[in-house]
Design a protein around this ligand. Structure first.
Ligand code: ADP
Ligand code: ZN
Length: 607
């Protein structure tokens, strides 16, 4: 008889209970149903197909876009005593043949394959003769061109439904915006699949946005807040900047490695491997890095340049803190980044419709950066969720921003843009506002306008910030087809402001006022572990884990997660029975590592 989902959850994975909708999803799929699963990164998507794979007879075929992801998952499953394998182009032919044989013999529980491999005639013929438990399509947003990781091969996966109508299919993704969602349903023929949407909140991630002033100094300050020894990702916009920042951080004594598409493939995969396998590596990367990196103990994700959209940002920051321990999402944002992005959208070859969507997405992102509200509330609203109360774990909640009623200032700026003909950039508009009678203003006779000098009571720097905020509020628009001139936003938005029917709140840029120093925080785990003796045991356990990982050539976290080690350090189990009660320790791990762990708890490392 096949085991029950709960038995598998306890005995194989060592977890006491399902998280969120996991239980319902597993039950539905075990019973043979199709499912579309939308869950944030770190929400626990893998169990949704891994448990049914073990509860249903036959092999589960998992489509996964990235080799690194497959390898990690297979290594982690092997640690649990699950019979898993992967087929991809990186395998030596001998190994691939062995896996194909195992498939034919029916001795596999899970098989990970790349989409292009799956849809080959050869592979499909093999599947025709295989007892299939289910198909899982991971990172299903790759099917959509609206998503940010479009993979044309995913389009051909529609064959699964027609060729194997009786085999349950699950599509899983963390990207949940409307167009992507309907694309997935349509392209993968999942209109009859049951939908499961988990809450998108990641409460353990702290969101912070700083106004870019001196990006390096700001990053350095952020990193200096007890982040030595932690794993993290620093995202930059260009390869050049990645190289510079990685070199600079290395010179500052960090284990910092670059990652971008322009590096030699060997260097790139070496750097990625080190990030995965060592503790405390900071990877400096373009957005080419990250998808498929399942490292659960990434403690921070820092954006030194503006991300592309709010959903890309959420996806990228979601890589922090999958293990549920405290983690940081930090972003430095400046008005120049925004104009650069606008230009990039404009000069791209995309059709107009797509450019329009991208511009809209950029504005949403700017709205997030400029908000005076709880950042998590803004983020979740974007994913159609509401968070009733401010979160208490983002910068605006922790250090409320100073803001003021800037309705009059907004009116002045809007009318100045209007009267100067809606074609000049911020610099000239500000010259007119503050009454800077330079050559251009005189030549254009803008020094004769009634708005000339009406904003002299604010500095140029302050006006720059207000104009940026007006753009973020969509009261002003940047004319991207022309030369980046400012024009008024949609009339429905602008008119109530000009009539004084709608107030505009401006934030005071923290760059211009002194930031109250936040209490220095120690490593993110330290806020969970309270006393130094436990912290010392935690570090000893990490060392022991590293040795075990090195000996087997696997990443440390496939042996135990930090969360499991924290729990061991705090609870100090005295015997195997106590150890088995710790989340993350199933039967296989208890047998393999139980004695070694108890030894460390009793005597410290190497004793
Ligand atoms: P996703 O693929 O959605 O990003 P994962 O499947 O990698 O998320 O799971 C994220 C982390 O949460 C993993 O470390 C996993 O072991 C852990 N996890 C998942 N489900 C549970 C559960 N029911 N109880 C405890 N930990 C869980
Ligand atoms: Zn908040």
């Amino acid at each position: 008889m096949d085991p029950s989902p709960l038995t598998v959850l306890h005995d194989v994975f060592g977890y006491p209970e399902f998280r969120g909708p996991q239980g319902a999803i597993v039950e539905h799929v075990v019973a043979g149903g199709d499912a579309l699963v939308l869950m944030p990164t770190g929400g626990g998507k893998s169990l949704c197909y891994q448990i049914p794979a073990l509860c249903r007879p036959g092999v589960a075929v998992v489509v996964s876009p990235l080799i690194a992801l497959m390898q990690d998952q297979v290594a982690a499953l092997e640690q649990l005593g699950v019979r898993a394998a992967a087929l991809n182009s990186a395998l030596p032919p001998g190994e691939a043949r062995a896996t194909e044989r195992a498939l034919a013999e029916g001795v596999l529980d899970l098989l990970y394959v790349a989409p292009e491999r799956l849809v080959t005639d050869d592979f499909l013929e093999r599947l025709d003769h295989t007892h299939l438990a289910l198909f899982a399509i991971d990172e299903a947003h790759c099917v959509s061109q609206w998503g940010h990781d479009f993979r044309p091969e995913y389009r051909r996966l529609d064959i699964l439904g027609t060729r194997y109508p009786k085999v349950p299919r699950l599509a899983l993704t963390a990207t949940a915006d409307g167009p992507t969602r309907s694309d997935i349903v349509e392209r993968l023929d999942l209109s009859r699949a049951k939908r499961f949407v988990a809450g998108f909140d990641r409460p353990n991630i702290r969101y912070t946005v700083v106004m870019k002033d001196n990006a390096r100094a700001q990053l350095k300050h952020f990193l200096s807040e007890g982040r030595r020894g932690q794993s993290g990702i620093v995202y930059c916009l260009t390869r050049k900047r990645v190289n510079e920042i990685a070199a600079w951080l290395a010179s500052e004594g960090w284990t910092a490695l670059p990652y971008h598409a322009g590096l030699e493939p060997e260097v790139r995969s070496q750097n990625q491997e080190r990030f995965i396998r060592e503790d405390g590596v900071v990877i400096v990367a373009t957005i080419a890095f990250g998808m498929g990196i399942d490292k659960p103990d990434v403690r921070f994700v820092a954006h030194l340049d503006l991300p592309r959209s709010l959903e890309a940002y959420y996806q990228e920051t979601g890589r922090a803190g999958r293990d549920g321990l405290p983690a940081e999402a930090w972003c430095a944002y400046g008005g120049q980044d925004a104009s650069r992005h606008r230009q990039l959208i404009q000069i791209s070859d995309s059709p107009e419709e797509q450019k329009r969507i991208e511009n809209q997405k950029l504005s949403t992102l700017l709205g997030y950066c400029e908000t005076t509200r709880c950042r998590r509330q803004v983020l979740l609203e974007y994913f159609d969720e509401t968070l009733a109360e401010p979160c208490g774990n983002c910068d605006t909640c922790l250090t409320p921003v100073d803001s003021f009623d800037g309705t009059v200032e907004a009116q002045k700026a809007l009318s100045c843009v209007y009267r100067t003909g809606q074609r000049f950039g911020a610099a000239h508009v500000i010259d007119v506002l503050v009454g800077n009678a330079n050559e251009r203003a005189e030549r254009l006779r803008h020094d004769q306008l009634p708005t000339f000098g009406v904003g002299a009571d604010h500095s140029v720097k302050a006006w720059r910030s207000y104009i940026r905020q007006l753009v973020a509020l969509r009261l002003l628009e940047v004319d991207v087809e022309g030369h980046g001139g400012l024009r008024l936003g949609p009339e429905a938005e602008v008119r109530p402001v000009l009539r004084g029917e709608r107030n505009v709140e401006f934030r005071l840029d923290p760059a211009t006022k002194r930031q109250p120093r936040e209490k220095k925080r120690q490593s993110a785990t330290a806020s969970v572990i309270q006393n130094p003796a436990d912290e010392a045991l935690f570090q000893a356990l990490r060392e022991a884990r590293m040795e075990l990982a090195r000996a087997q050539g696997v990443p440390p976290y496939v042996i135990f997660h930090d969360a499991t080690l924290v729990e061991i350090a705090v609870r100090r189990p005295g015997g195997l029975q106590d150890l088995a009660d710790i989340p993350g320790i199933g039967a296989a791990k208890l047998e393999r590592y139980g004695a070694a762990i108890l030894e460390v708890v009793a005597h410290g490392v190497g004793a």
